[in-house]
Design a protein around this ligand. Structure first.
Ligand code: DI6
Ligand code: FE
Length: 405
């Protein structure tokens, strides 16, 4: 038996390890894979004299860690293209929501949808994302808002992972908005999540984390805090939709619970960002939602940078505010709309996205011992991924060392 399963030669690699050369670039490199993990990587002339079952030249192509989309809502019923048209005629996202549209219209469609329909439409979106170089995707529930539908969504998310080969991380977002049956009784709904949903989700292993939407039109900080206390007690990590449309103290709240990430952050105040820095909470930036909502308030990128808060970039793929199924496109938008450098964008789609999911020991950089999740690109340089708009440059995606798809 050979020492390695696969040896990739004539590669240029961007390890994306923090503190290395820009992009962690190594020219004339080779990568050895064994048992789905990176067994060795480095300059070709330093390669140990070992043999592999299969050896393949990459013809000088660039290899990066496979991309990670750490924030999506890609399982849902129906779509909201009609609502998008309404918004273009001047009606606001919040006004549409108040009139019963918005998240609640997707809730109705998702409750009504057969599992097979949810699964089939989710799979199409997941495959579209994977085709842009993505090997790990986080999927949130949050369009059920009752126990049965929230569990249905998480079950679909888990099955999508099994069927597609993409590693799916499932997040319970039952606290996405107040369901119609609980109108005016948000506290009672939080109790329902804590008493009925959380225990079952934990018992059936259906979620890897718990998320909430802290916003005037959804839940207030004390309600989220109650939910997070219960989730933490059950051993679940938390993350938060924070300060997207207004400053609801979300960044500080997330930091207080040592959340994996606080996401959006357009309206976060400096105290909250400082608390995130101290807590090690990742900032997940979502330019697709910013763009689609015509938002003008930018997340505090300069302060995040100054304080060394890791910044991730994600699609926020959802029918209302971010109908986006491409990670390179999210990176391209993050640079244009938020001023991230191309290297920050790629780190945001790899190393920092892994951190936002608590998976940094296992993936997100090219390093010995990590998962052999590799994206091979037809580009002149990794910066090209952020430069081009709407161009497919993926040559090949390997997930745990095997061709994806
Ligand atoms: N923030 C968002 O941008 C999405 N959810 C959230 O909490 C929007 C979800 C939707 O409009 O369907
Ligand atoms: Fe979201």
């Amino acid at each position: 038996m050979a020492d390695w399963d696969l040896l990739l030669t004539d590669a240029r690699i961007a390890t994306m390890r923090a503190g290395d050369a820009p992009y962690g670039a190594v020219e004339n490199a080779a990568i050895a894979i064994d048992g789905g993990r990176i067994a060795w990587l480095g300059p070709a002339d330093e390669r140990p004299r070992k043999d592999a079952d299969e050896e393949r030249s990459l013809g000088g192509r660039w290899v990066t860690p496979a991309l990670i989309d750490c924030h999506t809502h890609l399982v849902f019923g129906g779509d909201r293209a009609g609502e998008y048209e309404q918004r273009l005629s001047g009606i606001s996202y919040e006004d549409i929501a108040k009139a019963g549209g918005g998240i609640l219209s997707t809730v109705t469609a998702t409750r009504d949808a057969e599992i097979d329909t949810l699964y089939a439409s989710g799979l199409r979106r997941l495959r579209a994302l994977a085709a842009t170089g993505v090997a790990t995707v986080e999927i949130k529930s949050g369009y059920g808002l009752d126990t049965a539908t929230e569990l249905k969504m998480l079950g679909v998310a888990r099955n999508l992972g099994h069927a597609s080969g993409v590693d799916v991380q499932a997040t319970l977002l039952a606290a996405h908005t107040v369901p119609p049956e609980y109108a005016g009784r948000a506290d009672d709904y939080i109790d329902l999540i804590i008493e009925a949903m959380l225990p079952e989700v934990v018992e059936r292993g259906l979620a890897d984390a718990v998320d909430a939407y802290c916003e005037t039109m959804a839940f207030q900080a004390p309600q989220v805090a109650k939910l997070f206390r219960a989730a933490t007690k059950l051993g679940l990590r938390v993350k938060l939709h924070a300060d997207q449309l207004s400053d609801g103290g979300g960044a500080e709240l997330a930091a207080h619970f040592k959340a994996l990430s606080a996401d959006h952050l357009e309206y976060s105040n400096p105290t909250g960002i400082r608390a995130m820095a101290a807590a090690g909470t990742v900032a997940v930036l979502l330019p697709g939602a910013y763009l689609t909502l015509n938002e003008t308030q930018q997340p505090p990128v300069a302060l995040l940078r100054e304080l060394g808060v890791p910044m991730a970039v994600a699609t926020d793929c959802n029918p209302g505010t971010s109908p986006l199924c491409s990670m390179p496109e999210a990176m391209a938008l993050a640079s244009r709309l938020f001023g991230l450098t191309p290297e920050e964008c790629l780190a945001g789609a790899t190393r920092n996205a892994a951190l936002a999911l608590g998976l940094d020991s296992d993936r997100g950089t090219l390093e010995k011992g990590k998962r052999a999740d590799l994206a091979v690109w037809d580009v002149n340089h990794p910066r090209d991924l952020t430069y081009w708009l709407g161009r497919d440059r993926l040559h090949e995606l390997l997930i745990e060392g095997l061709p994806a798809g």
